[in-house]
Design a protein around this ligand. Sequence first.
Ligand SMILES: Nc1ncnc2c1ncn2[C@@H]1O[C@H](COP(=O)(O)OP(=O)(O)OP(=O)(O)O)[C@@H](O)[C@H]1O
Ligand SMILES: [Mg+2]
Length: 508
Amino acid sequence: MARLADLAVAETTLTSPQVAHLQRLVASWSLPCDLAFADLLLYVPTNASAEEFVVIGHVRPATAATFHVNDPVGTRVLRSQRPAMSRCLLDGQRLEVPIAFPPPAGAVDDTVEEGVQAPIGTRFLLADHVPVRCGDEIIAVMAREGEAGLTRTFGQLEREYRDLFGRFCQMVEDGSFPLERAEQSGEFREPRVGDGVLVLDRERRIEFASPNALSALHRLGVRSEVVGRRLDAFGLADGVVRRALETRFSTIAEVERAEVSIVVRCHPLLNGGRATGVLVLLRDVSELRSRDRLLVSKDATIREIHHRVKNNLQTIQSLLHLQQRRLDSAEAKRAVAQSARRIGSIAIVHETLSSDATDEVDFDVVARRVLRLVEEGFDSPERPLRVGITGSIGELAGQIAMPLAVALAEVVQNAVDHGEAGRNLEVDVSLLADPREVGVRIVDNGPGLPEGFSLDRDVGLGLTIVRTFIISDLGGTMTIGRAHDREPLGTVVEFRVPRRLSEATSVG
Ligand SMILES: Nc1ncnc2c1ncn2[C@@H]1O[C@H](COP(=O)(O)OP(=O)(O)OP(=O)(O)O)[C@@H](O)[C@H]1O
Ligand SMILES: [Mg+2]
């Protein structure tokens, strides 16, 4: 479409409302094209005297083989090569003529004449030239171009379609096609001629039904003869047809009965400004609908599973708390409490996953909840704790969010565990994100790492978990050191992980 506008501006004298008219024609002409069983081309003169034409639009039929195997858009023809084109444009006459293709070099007039020898390799096409009206002017020629002399015997269906194509050509000539405004289908591919065609008269009675349209009606439970009857006689709401007749716009609706869903697209057929009938396209979308329903129920199942996993983890957490209360050893109590907290961080991710249909979570929300969990577990009036969070990571796959959340909790817990008594403890968490990586930086104002600390030698379970998750599972990097921008010096930990898991590091 951009190409049409570019060509029109660069090579023709069309005004912008005229270009807009042709753009709308091209947006809706696959329907007449399918009815024509042939290619449609849009020719526009390159100057006012119509000495030369340029092809600015082309569409191939879905109902027949194409004549133009190569893209004809942008090619030029001289008036001398296609005299019918100029006559159509200047006199506003619809003309059907046989043409030699490709036009012989230096040809004066390639309209085929009886008995004239054409060069080897020449094919003949039958070109039907339709004047395209916009307001008071004929601004272009829409040509139906198909193989000439095809010894094809037309059946009733083809005759019906060719007749309908004629009605659309009349509308193009009148300037009433493309139709003023169309109701959009949005969700689905537009129904096409091959999906099923009904032709209704101005009283909304069926005049013709294609075999596919009959099958669609059959699936909707219509078993009797349909010709001569209205859709509402079969209990099918035909408001969409009525709307097309009254407004003279294209209308669309979905008719559902039991498990069957049919999209109904109505194009009013106009003549001299009056609606003389309606062309109805029917497309069975039952399969797509049932797939939608299946997906919805699958989403609900996945959410439910996350919900149950979260519940189970919380049960384990309460069992550990019960166990903790029965223990005497302070060390054992602490170990069990730490385990309960770690499980709590994982439960938070599952809870967040259960609230959404996707497998992504808003990590900013998860991080805040994990931090609150650490804060709640820390209850020491003589040592106030302030945990701040800045920045944003946004949506993150659950598989990445879970280890990252546990690692974050672990590091903040360390700040709490190894902070000095009798001082206000401050922990600042920054969430960092770029298109490829996400990162978390945690700075505290505690006593800092012990002298000579080594990540390889001096780690306990906490940093071991962090290292396994960040480096081995997520394929990321981590650093730990003194916070030089902090007074007094505290500890800074930073991890960075790729936004997406590579195959090799994918967490089971
Ligand atoms: N924020 C921090 N401030 C001061 N020292 C820290 C900090 N974080 C870690 N450390 C030091 O690193 C050591 C290892 O931490 P790690 O989390 O691996 O084990 P832990 O906290 O001692 O035990 P666990 O986490 O298993 O309960 C700690 O014992 C502590 O000496
Ligand atoms: Mg620790």
